[in-house]
Design a protein around this ligand. Sequence first.
Ligand code: 2P0
Length: 326
Amino acid sequence: MGSATAHANTNIALVKYWGKRDTDLNLPAVSSLSMTLSTMGTTTRVTFDPGLRRDELLLDDHPAPEAARARTSRFLDLVREASGVESFASVRTRNNFPTASGLASSASGFAALALAATRAAGMDADLATLASLARRGSGSAPRSLLGGFVALPAGQAADGSDCIPRQVAPPEHWDLRLVVTLTASGAKTVGSTEGMERTRLTSPYYGAWIEENARAMEAASRAVVERDFETLGRVVEASCFRMHAVALSAEPAVLYWNDGTVRVIHRVRSMRDAGVRCWLTMDAGPHVKVLCLPGDADLIAKDLAAMPGVQGVLVERPGPGAEVLP
Ligand code: 2P0
């Protein structure tokens, strides 16, 4: 009976991934650049057990909904195929941030699962193997395998062998802050995979979105290496708004914002007009994340926490990559 535990932190894209070049292999159509966070993450224990009659998934000690169990089971099929292990597994997973908060947990979840499951299956998987497995679970997950600032190239190879994450700079390279603002969430929005596919298939602007990516990647990667906050902030905010613009141009439009989102957007822009150096980004949900320097994080967090529509605020910084726990 093989068993292993791994932890991975979630990551936030500075240059966004939106769109797939291969839906079966879940290959991205654009490259992305992210920051792995320091506290929000997932710890997962996998045990392959010949006595089980199907894969089991416990989320925070409770049986997970069937859709999540089935998705995990499909992922474990890939690990069984790669390792030759035939038995089913029990998976116990825990997020150290509120799962119901609507903050994405699939990046840290599949990075931790890929690492724990391969180790439990007796594989000593290299980064390329881990990345290609994690990516099948979630396109943003390979980035959480590494710490600090991470680039994930879209690549061109049909088998995805050139879609392997690369660390642009370690976490200690640049002491930035990300103020994560949880805005009141309404009805459940469109899932990332569905939103991306709808965008690819129906947006007249999809080609322009893909074309712009190389420039954003180059500018953002250079800004990270040179610790050029102004340039990074500008590129981050532009990449976010362009991602949401292309999603909004799908039919029907893919809209992730709520009232609180829009209020926070305006507030961040007016703080910036008043001289506070801060830039925002948003993902496939209503929350707004504000990139800033350490000296401004408390002020920004307090200001945003007091706004109507804001349910909570967390302050994050660059953190380490995924690791196997003893
Ligand atoms: C990102 N997002 O780069 C982008 C920006 C959300 C907005 O990757 O379909 O769960 O499983 O590959 O990774 C979130 O979607 O999508 C995401 P799939 P994933 O972080």
